[in-house]
Design a protein. Sequence first.
Length: 426
Amino acid sequence: MRDIILKAENISKQYRLGLIGTGTISHDLNRWWYRVRGKEDPYLKIGETNDRSRKGDSDYVWALKDINFEVKRGEVLGIIGKNGAGKSTLLKILSKVTSPTTGEIKTKGRIASLLEVGTGFHGEMTGRENIFLNGAILGMTKKEIASKIDEIIAFSGCERYIDTPVKRYSSGMTVRLAFAVAAFLEPEILVIDEVLAVGDAEFQKKAIGKMQDISQGEGRTVLFVSHNMAAVKSLCTRAIVLEHGKTVFEGGVDAAVDFYISEANTIGKKEVVFDKTHRRSGGHENFELIKIVAIKDKTTIRGELKFDLYFNVKEDYAQNICITGSICGIDDTRIGSFFSSSVKVKRGENIIELNINNHNLSVGVYYLNIALSSGRIEDSNLEMLDHAYQAIAFEIFQLESDGDYISKWNKGWGNLFFPSEIIIKR
């Protein structure tokens, strides 16, 4: 047990919608009266799950409900989930920005938090002054901070502006300096929210490398929230998945990411009806993608992908249309794109069969982005009529033949399989 540096026990957080605190003096007095008599808060028995997609009947909502986990010294724990799942609320509780409604956080050592751009910074103070301010908040002496300040400034890349008030910094500069302060002032636990996404690609790579050094080389603990699954997989050793304020999965990072992506993209479902979660800006008012249906139950490495695409045309349309789209991996990396030939459509409901032959995808989970466009791809002047983001998820399986080396495909070998042959010439 001595290796456990952070422990969350039955953490729950309740909010009253639309109002500050409990909302009324009568509620506050009622809570106080129950508390002085040693009884449970009566408002803990009410409240609904934090589901943003539907209207509730209660003014109380549980942003978090009964969260339990342990983190060992030197471990990097990923916390993933959709927007509104409770990730940032959990980090604020861990960082003691807010207190839990029920439950307890037990920690050993100092916690440094990077929850949003400019956390703990004073806009009127210079970057240098803010380094000393943040160090003091972390409980460090002026001498300790001074011994690290050159490294902090160099890592942040803000040398030229270090004696300029922070209010004149861009968001990228601010997060660079904030991360450098949090990383170099040697907290035992470093808590980082999605804020790193504000930085450019070069800084994100640099920051992830520093977090790896912190955990592996220096034995410090990192709690990392991100929607970038590639960053989570490269940095974290373990992860928990939150949904509607509850833990729905905890385990190895690869398994956690696969679970999250599978749930988010409805993998295994043969039919997906498009709703507002699939929509992006743009589109034509007379065209609407309705749903996509997977024709094949199972696809292997050298198989084919077949889908029926349903869409509605509200008025007669003279031009030809085509289907374009992309196949993406679970970390949102675009693997490749596809373009169909042009076809005529009729007014009313249309059904198009989309075939992707010889895809050569390796074993894994993928999803389609679909766009309905007018014109011909050869003319390079397509007009997008409607599109569906993450339209459907699908999984590529290994070949079942034990004698085929492709049936032993290793995920580490990449996303694509390239058929090849050799010819003996001598």
